[in-house]
Ligand binder design. Structure first.
Ligand SMILES: [Zn+2]
Length: 393
């Protein structure tokens, strides 16, 4: 069930407060294009239709002015051509995946130095209106400042002058530490998150930052600082992130203590962030097996056409993530029924998932984490979130 509010919050104040990023060469190129078009159009429109001398003088003057402006533009732009040519080079590939939505897809891998922690996607949403101009929203700017800087560079290259805001989906380092790059570029850039995510980041980001420094090395993490979100969103908010409104959904105690999901119902596009995994073993460290399964049931009930997680996918990614969690729950439940202990059950393989990234390093941990959660439920005589496994005694 989606939580809804009757009001329509568009966060217009945020867009007014959002800063503009500048790209002088591209801004100048745009101005020159506009000048050139405006100066040539009158000459074309009046050609052959005006007979008197006054009109001919005006036309000649407009043509002359147009030539002068074009010459000035060329003189100014020529020294900037190398910068224009280099502006789009870099590691970021922004792929257009839905109307006004681009992603820089992450790797379906666990975090390690080679992938630089880029295991989740950064999503860029464009809202372009005549009245307010371009506003870009970046959901999850990545694991460190260098990553965020590369993303910001690519955004400037593609969209030039635009207002910016960030959203943090949940309080995991690989999603949020890239905030540092955007805040360094502009100290006023708004960062939105749920209240719980802000609290979790405040409490745990220092440890997460140290952990990522150990995993990725000081060079990769250089300049990365913890930048907390400064704007709260709640479930039911509707944000005008593209031409269509996006609904904010929040799931408590699923993959993390608070997982924000964005849903655009007209195109049925779902940005699932940390809740959906694609051929990578779900990370359960701060999560709940039961809560996560219930969250995925709600996502399935939306019947999305498109599901964006680490990369672009579809409803099958929700189903496969749910299948893993249900199978994990079944393995643990069966162990409880048979009187086994968590260590013994953790040594049992789940063959269907051995090819998923992170299986070798995380399978046993996930079993033990699920055991801690499910044992009290089993002792109380509760039912598992998925159907109870058949126990062949
Ligand atoms: Zn996460």
């Amino acid at each position: 069930m989606i939580q809804k509010t009757s009001h329509y919050r568009q966060h217009a104040a945020l867009s007014r407060a959002a800063p503009r990023i500048a790209d002088p060469p591209r801004a100048l190129a745009r101005v020159c294009t506009v000048f050139t078009l405006r100066q040539t159009r009158p000459a074309l429109r009046h050609n052959g239709t005006q007979r008197n001398k006054s009109a001919a003088r005006t036309r000649a003057l407009a043509t002359w002015l147009g030539r002068v402006l074009r010459a000035i533009c060329l003189a100014l732009l020529l020294p900037m051509l190398p910068a224009l040519g280099q502006a789009c080079s870099g590691p970021v590939t922004l792929r257009h995946v839905a109307p006004q939505v681009w992603i820089w897809a992450g790797q379906s891998e666990d975090i390690h130095p080679v992938n630089g922690g880029h295991v989740s996607s950064s999503v860029v949403l464009l809202h372009d209106t005549h009245e307010q101009g371009r506003r870009l929203t970046v959901l999850d700017p990545g694991p460190h400042r260098r990553h965020g800087s590369a993303l910001l560079h690519a955004i400037r290259c593609r969209w030039g002058d635009a207002t910016l805001q960030l959203i943090n989906s949940h309080a995991h380092a690989e999603h949020v530490l890239g905030n540092a790059a955007f805040r360094a570029a502009d100290p006023d850039v708004p960062i939105l998150a749920t209240a719980s995510t802000i609290e979790q980041m405040r409490a745990h980001c220092p440890d997460c930052l140290r952990h990522l420094e150990q995993m990725l090395g000081p060079e990769t993490m250089r300049g990365t600082t913890i930048v907390l979100p400064d704007r709260r969103v709640v479930a039911g908010d509707r944000l005008r992130l593209t031409a269509k409104p996006w609904e904010v959904l929040e799931f408590e105690r699923a993959h993390s203590l608070s997982d924000l999901v964005l849903w655009e119902p007209e195109h049925r596009t779902l940005i699932a962030a940390g809740l959906v995994y694609q051929r990578r073993l779900p990370v359960l460290a701060q999560g709940s097996v039961s809560g996560w399964i219930r969250a995925l049931d709600r996502l399935l009930a939306l019947r999305p056409n498109q599901v964006i997680a680490a990369t672009e996918g579809d409803v099958r990614d929700i189903e496969s993530t749910r299948a893993y969690l249900c199978d994990l729950e079944a393995v643990v439940w069966r162990g409880l029924e048979l009187g086994q202990d968590a260590v013994a059950v953790g040594q049992l393989e789940m063959p269907r998932y051995t090819g998923w990234a992170g299986y070798r390093t995380r399978h046993t941990f996930n079993v033990q984490r699920a055991w801690r959660e499910l044992e009290p439920l089993w002792m109380r005589g509760d039912r598992p979130a998925c159907s109870a496994p058949d126990i062949a005694r």
